[in-house]
Design a protein around this ligand. Structure first.
Ligand SMILES: [Ca+2]
Ligand SMILES: [Ca+2]
Ligand SMILES: [Ca+2]
Length: 254
């Protein structure tokens, strides 16, 4: 017979997944509380772990370590973490469908994580598949912006990822080129890659490596959620202690 109540195990899984209720991997940045018009891409949910926004209007300007202005600008990376639950988001002026610049094509890289052993966890930007022990390619022009794309590793299956391929950029402000942005958003259960009790890095760049985004989020203790079974035991425990205390009082013992 099916029980009407889910088991404790199911409840604890649900509670660990529900901690970040405000974040939905849907390609929209409103749940992060991002206010691009505020000027510094700050967020009210999670942490902005990388910020380097080129704000000029020159399409060929220096973004560091290369050039290309807003078309190549990696602007901000966000993360929200509780224990092994990691949400992340990237804002960039680089179109994930690719950019043709001065007649040359440029393509977006995959997302890489460093869970304490180097940038060896890759998330395929197109499929969302996660690779452990990932090897990688370098960007063509600025190898220091590596890693670029996943070259090999163990495919452990897909995770939630939203990238606006064939999509419209999110636009705010005056509508000129500096107001055009693309928003990537994803989630990973870190236990799938062996877990991480220390900081986790998030990295992204494009085929030339003209700009790169990289930031770290530390371990954040997940909120304590008492399980119904534990509550019951605590109640019984307090009752037993009270009984013992009263007996001791009556017998005059300490
Ligand atoms: Ca969202
Ligand atoms: Ca910018
Ligand atoms: Ca930048």
């Amino acid at each position: 017979m099916r029980s009407c109540l889910p088991s404790i195990a199911v409840l604890s899984i649900l509670s660990s997944r529900l901690f970040a209720g405000p974040i939905t991997v849907d390609g929209h940045w409103t749940d992060w509380g991002i206010q691009p018009g505020g000027g510094d891409w700050s967020s009210s949910t999670g942490q902005r772990i990388f910020y380097e926004d080129y704000t000029g209007s020159d399409g060929g300007a220096y973004v560091g370590p290369g050039w290309g202005g807003q078309y190549f600008d990696v602007e901000a990376i966000y993360a929200q973490r509780a224990g092994q639950d990691l949400y992340f988001a990237i804002v960039t002026g680089f179109d994930p469908d690719g950019v043709i610049y001065l007649g040359s094509p440029y393509t977006p890289g995959d997302i890489f994580l460093n869970a304490g052993n180097g940038w060896n966890v890759g998330i395929d930007l197109e499929t969302g598949h996660v690779f452990t022990g990932a090897t990688s390619t370098n960007p063509a022009d600025f190898p220091a912006s590596a890693p670029f794309t996943i070259a090999g590793g163990t495919d452990i299956g897909a995770t939630a990822l939203s990238v606006p391929f064939d999509g419209s950029p999110l636009v705010y402000g005056s509508g000129n080129q500096t107001s055009t942005h693309f928003f990537f958003e994803g989630y990973l259960d870190l236990t799938r890659i062996g877990g991480a009790d220390g900081p986790v890095g998030i990295h992204w760049t494009m085929s030339c490596g003209n700009d790169v985004g990289r930031g770290y989020i530390g371990y954040v203790e997940p909120p304590a959620v008492p399980e119904p079974g534990t509550l019951g035991l605590l109640g019984i425990g307090s009752l037993a202690a009270a009984v013992v205390h009263r007996r001791r009082q009556r017998s005059g013992r300490p």
